[in-house]
Design a protein around this ligand. Sequence first.
Ligand SMILES: Cc1ncc(COP(=O)(O)O)c(C=O)c1O
Length: 407
Amino acid sequence: MPQRYAVPYSPIGSRLDESDVAAVREVMLSEATLSQGLVRERFEAAFAEHIGVRHALSVTSGTVALELAIHLLDLVPGDEVITTPQTYQATIQPLLDRDVRVRFADVDPTTANIDPERVAELVTPRTRAIIIVHYGGLPADMDTLLRVARDHDLILVEDAAHALGSVLHGHRPGGIGHIGCFSFHSSKNITTLGEGGMITTDRDDWAERLRRIRGNEADMVLTPRRGGFAKSSGPPPGALYPGEAYTHDCLRFRRAGTNATLSEAAAAVGLVQLGKLPKLVARRQAIAARLMTELAEFDTVRVPVVPTGVEHAFHLFTFSVDPLCIDRDELVRCLAAEGVETYLRYFPLHLLPEWRARGHDYGECPAAERSWFLEHMNLPCHPRLSDTQVELLATALNCALTKVTRR
Ligand SMILES: Cc1ncc(COP(=O)(O)O)c(C=O)c1O
């Protein structure tokens, strides 16, 4: 029997109301197509404008966005990719299928974001890309990361699954590096009916390639067909398919296509949700501010540091304890007894069995390891919490910390 919490972590990270239902109803009852139609185009245009990029291409999940983004890197055996251990496995899972070397750069313990200095140390002549995450919605140090990428001619991929609604000195995550990937999973800052994702980029050639792959066309380099025929003159004798579709031949094949089409109904909800984003993020920020005030009373905990010029979307509210004074696991149990559900995110990726089988091990990223095993935890911080629940949470937090702190 699952435990019922007075202050739960919600499986839905956004708020849905009649406006979302109306958008779905309109699509369903229209005579327009339910796939690859105008609503998707409008959602993508609005998203591109919001992020400040030339192209936004919707797909069926954040996982697929990352898979396709990694495909665009055109990695060859022996190439190296630098990434963070502090993320969900989807960030780098596609790399398991490739004969490439993954280098995990440890995180900055004050932000849980990848440490650019560690990244710079790991660059070799074989490095091709850096894949970063804006952990919990706090933008990573993109200025320094971009400098490292520029100095070594590397592609910088942003997993911005947590960071929709965040701002870094006037720029939006997902539009700062070379490729951005977003998730509209049920738990995220906005959702497209539970699943969905977006890829953002300024590069026209990448957008063109993505358009093909997500729509079941192969990703290939095309060349005009020798002896190709004009529509007016009709197909050559024996040709099965008339028209202009086959006036090109494949010069180089990169990968098969897939169907990653976000449905019109999902895109319609995405448009409505994008309109609500400022309010949804403001609510997350207000809850985070309340929790930070409560935590400020304790010198045995570390709260998120939000630098000036930065807006933290607080997809996650994370704080760390001083393990010499607080047993983190005891704090988790104590909060549960007070009715507060907590999560630990994320288990260091390099210690997952699949990455250990590839030679990664304990000690590789000490800050991420210490954080997971001893220090960090995530509290509920989502727009579905009522004011009463937020106050319950703050009181329970104070009470639990007072109880478990050793002096
Ligand atoms: C950091 C991060 N990247 C990628 C994903 C994958 O997104 P999706 O669940 O939409 O496939 C998630 C979450 O679910 C995530 O938290």
